[in-house]
Design a protein around this ligand. Structure first.
Ligand SMILES: *Cc1c(COP(=O)(O)O)cnc(C)c1O
Length: 455
């Protein structure tokens, strides 16, 4: 199914309650080409465009699908101030993975009781910062997944709200690099979780248990999601004492006063043009069903990608067209430094030729040819696609790399001394630059003279 903006009455047939005004997916083809041309002309390329209205719609669909749950935005998918404020206004909490993210969420106005910090091998200065913030924001919750991390929190005098991250032993993900649920790096092993949670309660206010299966839960991977969720439900019931404990060691132990069970994020989005959108109400139902009766505890979910992915595109201009025997190589001014996902995860991003080259017909009136779209970085992996069929690109065309709103600007870097791109946010029909384009001069601002002085 393809839902188009303002599509007909059937445009949103699957997915249940959503109205046409809030389709389950925005495709790269749904963006207004004229608008994107104007933005590229005014702000130059490469340029990220993030539509805050679509971010709000994604939040609204999540809240509608999980009406009784806590929905926490995993900030690392896109930490731009404008996005954070939009998510805050929509009513989601903020799930932060570093001191830097926590700082940005605070600056964007999230109250302490809506702030969650998840520590994974946290650097000392991150813990120092978080413990400091917790002094003034005691409603903040720290999630930790190793006994050493708990000890390091206690050493700093932290005795506040704590959530135990558990490794449920099942994972899901679009790529092994983002499958976290079963990777030993993340969380206390499931078999030790009861003991560690009970011991933690002597030092902290233990309020929840947490697991995150990895990124990219799609319709085929619902089974492992279900498995993770049901294990977490069992664990929570054991901790709050609503079911007799299996192992003799914890029988008769005081029940913990938990508030929630957090089953993580990882809701997939359709990157390919013919991928079906996730049936969010069905995922929500499967989640509620698998977690079981929580005896009054709240369910929490932590989507990142789902909130921002289809709200963003990366605009890039064709500067080189090189025919080769195998395929046409199309050189563009954006590269893996601007959007790392294809190089890092072999990720697929749709690419739409918006045309604009002088003297060329509209893309729809050109032939379709296999094209390799490659950036300016000196790396073979610096390509957004290889041999992809698309309207024959010409020098000067504008391309839209779609579904770039999550882990796009966020993973941008300065390799090859490439300044990072600009970003424009759209809201209520207005466009404004929310991150200016970096200049070459920005690249050296942290450099200092070498010990020998100038050579
Ligand atoms: C990255 C992350 C998420 C969000 O993952 P998405 O795939 O973007 O939904 C949620 N929780 C934790 C702990 C994470 O590290």
């Amino acid at each position: 199914m393809t839902a188009t903006e303002g599509g007909g009455p059937d445009a949103n047939a699957s997915g249940g309650d959503e109205s046409d005004a809030n389709p389950t997916v925005r495709r790269t083809d749904d963006w207004d080409a004229g608008r994107l041309h104007d933005l590229a002309d005014e702000h130059d390329t490469p340029l990220y465009v993030q539509d805050l209205d679509r971010v709000r719609e994604n939040c609204e669909r999540l809240l509608a699908a999980f009406p009784d749950a806590d929905v926490r935005y995993a900030v690392k998918a896109h930490t731009g101030r404008a996005v954070l404020e939009t998510v805050r206004d929509a009513g989601l909490d903020a799930e932060c993975a570093s001191a830097g993210e926590l700082d940005r969420a605070l600056a964007a106005g999230f109250d302490g009781d809506r702030l969650h910090y998840t520590a994974v091998n946290p650097p000392a200065r991150d813990l120092d910062y978080v413990v400091d913030v917790a002094e003034s924001e005691p409603a903040l919750t720290v999630t930790a997944g190793a006994v050493d991390t708990l000890d390091r929190l206690a050493e700093r005098g932290y005795d506040g709200r704590l959530c135990l991250r558990v490794n449920p032993g099942v994972g899901a993900g679009h790529h092994e690099k983002v499958t976290t649920g079963s990777a030993p790096k993340f969380g206390v092993p499931y078999g030790r979780a009861v003991r560690v949670a009970r011991e933690s309660a002597e030092r902290f206010d233990v309020v929840g248990v947490h697991a995150h299966a990895g990124s990219g839960i799609d319709p085929d991977q619902l089974d492992s999601h279900r498995e993770l969720v049901s294990r977490m439900g069992d664990l929570a019931r054991e901790l709050i004492g609503v079911e007799p404990a299996d192992d003799a060691g914890s029988r008769g132990a005081d029940p913990l006063d938990l508030e929630y069970v957090d089953v993580g994020g990882g809701f997939g989005v359709p990157y390919r043009e013919d991928d079906e959108p996730l049936d969010l109400p069905a995922v929500a139902e499967a989640t509620r069903d698998a977690v079981g009766d929580l005896g009054g505890l709240t369910l929490a979910v932590e989507p990142g990608r789902y909130v921002v992915a289809d709200a963003g595109v990366l605009l890039t201009r064709v500067n080189t067209v090189k025919p080769t025997p195998a395929e046409t190589v199309v050189g563009v001014d954006a590269g893996m430094t601007d959007l790392l996902r294809p190089a890092m995860y072999d990720a697929y991003h749709p690419i739409r030729n918006l045309g604009g080259a002088d003297g060329e017909p509209a893309p729809a009136d050109r032939g379709v040819e296999p094209a390799t779209v490659a950036g300016p970085i000196c790396e073979t992996g610096d390509a957004f696609c290889t041999g992809r069929a698309m309207a024959r690109p010409a020098r000067g065309d504008l391309l839209a790399v779609g579904v770039a709103g999550a882990y796009g600007y966020e993973m941008a870097n300065q390799y090859n001394s490439r300044p990072r791109p600009a970003e424009v946010a759209l809201a209520d029909g207005e466009a404004s630059v929310v991150r200016r384009r970096e200049l070459v001069a920005d690249l050296t601002t942290v450099e200092r003279e070498s010990p020998g002085g100038k050579r």
